[in-house]
Ligand binder design. Structure first.
Ligand SMILES: [Zn+2]
Ligand SMILES: [Zn+2]
Length: 341
């Protein structure tokens, strides 16, 4: 059994204190039904930073973070037959569910109370090798290259589920509040499908990016969109934007809140912000079906996340960050300890 290099969370703390440490470890062996990949690229999700900084309590010690993994299968455990050696696959946040609870049996495995997650309950992708139950891996369309596929595996999939939860009608008017990693992918999907997308964010560079991607308008949230919205997604972790977005909805419209952490929501004005069948919903991670559907769609629609590739370096994780600070922290089922990132 050989050794591999991996970056582990040694002592959770501020990023400046370098909570990740490079270690040499025994090469992980895939168990029954599992495959091992040689990691080609791994994205940095906000949740990885929360784990490194200790905002998300660790589930085990010295865990390797990283759950936007692209790799090639280089070993298969007993009974693993879904992939061939050399196949390129993706590993994402969700890595196990019970398959028996009422949520699993009704197509909502994202709500499974026994779900387990990559980089939290098991080692993730800031390493030379990573292991995953093959049933939870994704086939990656050839049109997606390694570096651009990686961020789609969490930021992309979760943004896509949020979009679906917002029930945007074909050719509809969509509002996007906050414009980080997840949002800029969801916006591209909606625009490619013919929606008029209005981006509401206080960040001027983010507004510029939104317009360059084809958004119909971009402005600060308090100014409101130039037309009523059929649907909206709140990506910013700012509860005070809930009434703002609810007011911007047309009657019958839906707001999906995409974060797992949100500051307190102020009191809603029933007449202006909820009556006439407006709906307010949350989004919790994703199912495998969401992931498969999104990855196919991303290839067909030529979705291109903005990336900033970095080579692996000693003492630093192999990492790529979105150019702007990633705003999504919604992949976890757990709650962050009270701090808006
Ligand atoms: Zn994530
Ligand atoms: Zn279950």
């Amino acid at each position: 059994m050989g050794a591999v290099r991996a970056w582990v969370v040694s002592e959770p703390g501020p990023i400046d204190s370098r909570p990740l440490r490079v270690v040499e470890r025994a090469d992980p062996e895939p168990g029954p039904g599992e495959v091992r990949v040689r990691v080609r690229a791994c994205g940095v999700c906000r949740t990885d930073l929360h784990l490194a900084e200790g905002d998300l309590p660790p589930h085990r010690s010295a865990t390797v973070p990283g759950h936007e993994i692209v790799g090639t299968v280089d070993a298969r455990g007993a009974e693993a037959a879904r992939f061939d050696l050399g196949d390129r696959i993706g590993i994402a946040w969700l890595r196990a569910t019970c398959g028996r609870c009422r949520w699993c049996r009704s197509g909502r495995e994202n709500l499974c109370p026994a779900a387990r997650f990559t980089g939290w309950d098991a080692d993730g992708g800031y390493a030379e090798h990573a292991v995953v139950p093959e049933a939870y891996a994704y086939r990656l369309p050839p049109a997606l290259d390694d570096v651009h596929a990686a961020p789609l595996l969490c930021a992309g999939i979760v943004g896509y589920r949020a979009l679906r939860r917002a029930e945007l009608p074909p050719g509809g008017r969509l509002g996007i509040y906050g414009f980080g990693a997840s949002a800029h992918v969801a916006a591209q999907v909606a625009i490619a499908q013919g929606a008029a997308v209005h981006v509401l964010t206080r960040s001027a560079p983010a507004r510029e990016l939104a317009l360059s991607l084809g958004a119909a308008s971009a402005g600060p949230a308090d100014a409101g969109p130039p037309e009523p919205l059929d649907a909206a997604v709140l990506f910013a972790p700012a509860g005070e934007l809930v009434p703002v977005a609810m007011r911007a909805l047309d009657q019958g419209g839906t707001l999906a809140v995409a974060g797992i952490h949100l500051t307190d929501v102020p009191r809603l004005d029933y007449a202006r912000e909820l009556f006439r069948e407006k709906q307010l919903r949350s989004v919790t991670a994703n199912t495998r079906a969401d992931g498969d559907e999104f990855l196919q769609l991303a290839a067909a629609l030529r979705i291109r996340p903005t990336v900033d590739p970095r080579p692996p370096r000693r003492g630093r994780p192999r990492a790529r960050r979105p150019r702007r600070r990633p705003d999504h922290r919604r992949c976890g089922a757990g709650r962050l300890r009270g701090r808006a990132a």
